[in-house]
Design a protein around this ligand. Sequence first.
Ligand code: MF3
Ligand code: CO
Length: 291
Amino acid sequence: MLDKFGRNDLCWCGSGRKYKKCHSIMDEQIERYRLRGHEVPQRKLLKTKLQIEGIRESSKINIALLDFIGDYIIDGVSTEELDRLIYEKTKELGGIPADLHYEGYPKSSCISINDVVCHGIPSKDVFLRNGDIVNVDLSTIYNGFFSDSSRMFCVGSVSPEKQKLVDVAKECMELGIEQIKPWGFLGDVGQAVNDHAIKNGYSVVEEIGGHGIGLQFHEEPWVGYVTKQGTGMLLVPGLVFTVEPMVNMGKADIVTDTGDNWAVYTVDGKPSAQWEKTVLVTETGHEVLTY
Ligand code: MF3
Ligand code: CO
């Protein structure tokens, strides 16, 4: 529950204004939703202006890294070589790869090819091949602030079927992001994502989702993409989370690699595609921080 601030105290958001002239109206609105039974964000999830500035700076490095690595996505390169380049460039830009040593994860990036849904561990024995579709997922810490995004890349010329999967997965993410506005719900995002995937004959992974982000790598809320409109956490200005649906060409079922305990595959062996952006809920709608 949101604790009460003295009306003449300085607002918790750091604006320097009195609480009654700043966030008190918003807090009361949130409380009304809570009383009606909705899940609402705790205040600690709502970022202050300064924190948003920090996450924005981190996001700039995060997307610069994806821009950078795009040039190296070619037939024959090993995923370990890509990971090394990402590590070096992250350091050069003053950042830290958030993936490295996260819960024992051994590398600085996740590189997931074809039927690998996510969390592919870069390896000297895995090479990109002409016709592959590949997701590069990068998470960055800069000045203590976290950002996270991923893109699909096509190696050489890919089949029309795979190209369509890549394109539709991107549209799913974009349609999900379009839903994000204050006093909407997290479920609106999943509904839009899932509707578009199903319309194209695809399925959306259920067990793995997005997450709040900013002060830590993975914060609340958990963000599912098969959710229903009007359900889930209330969206409030200052909330920052990722939109990162995984769209499968075949069935939604997934299985985790029993050898490395990280890589996730489609059970039916068909390809999967994912795009990810970090998004801020603003007063009027949303801002994509990792544009
Ligand atoms: N970047 C992933 C995400 O979008 C998380 C990867 S965790 C790792 O949430 F340890 F596998 F790197
Ligand atoms: Co993420």
